[in-house]
Design a protein around this ligand. Sequence first.
Ligand SMILES: [Zn+2]
Length: 316
Amino acid sequence: MDNPLFKRLKLCVILVILVLLFSSCAQNQSSVKGIKVVATTTLVGDVVKQVGGDQISLTVLLPVGADPHTYEPRPQDAAAISNAHLIFINGLELEHSLEPILQNNSKSQIIEVSAGVNVLPFSGELPVSSPQNSATADVHALGDPHTWMDPNNVIIWVHNIEKGLSAADPANKDLYAKNAFDYILKLQSLDQWIRSEVSLVPVQNRKLVTDHMTFGYFSKAYGFEQAGLVIASLSSSAAPSAQELASLEKTISDQHITSLFVDSTVNTVMADQISRDTGIKVVKIYSGSLGGPGSGAENYLDFMRVDVTAIVTALK
Ligand SMILES: [Zn+2]
């Protein structure tokens, strides 16, 4: 088949393929659009995504299921931080382990989404014998970092995120404002829903025993008492002493507490032991991270719904 027409046809086909390849490459490049934004935890990441929408290119550092108190940064985290136009962190020492790489690699503004929240002090006893005593003492000084356990605090996050994105990318500020407005309506209706669910729990049952001090803001907003903690700390990175464990088990039996709520990101060895000793039921909840695909807790709104449903079912 050496006919010249066929040769020309072949050339044309090759040219068309080349043009298509080139244009698809160009398209791929332009699809990485918008400002590069980094968020630390999955929770901060989800709320940043709600406000930034498709206008930002978002990298979330912590994988689903990672415990923010004990997270060990990976090499790609430093790269993402140094490429970012804007970095959002929870603040209040939650990301203690990320502080060195944030300081060493960030060329842009770091915004604490919890700035402006009415921070709760930690009212429990600090484990004096804990090897992490100096770290927990820092945390103690700044107050409770688990601000997202009250949706009204997440409304403050949304304002901080909108302000940060609009300053970094003023061309899209109307869009960020609209996204923020829409998401705040959802947070307000979540708050209303939690109030009506909690009303199903008899007042004398509104006592939470958790793995560490995660439900301070939730308890204050919705009238619960943090009756006991497996680790008497704001951070999950310590361990209880035999004495602390014995005193928790006494509280559980004295107050007839039936459920122990344990975060999906922490080891349940201690909770399982308490369960064997006291007959308390271990209930898995989410506090430090969103859930993985299929968990039903893949975004913040659903994460809160799953937790509240678990708490109300266990205590009503
Ligand atoms: Zn925590």
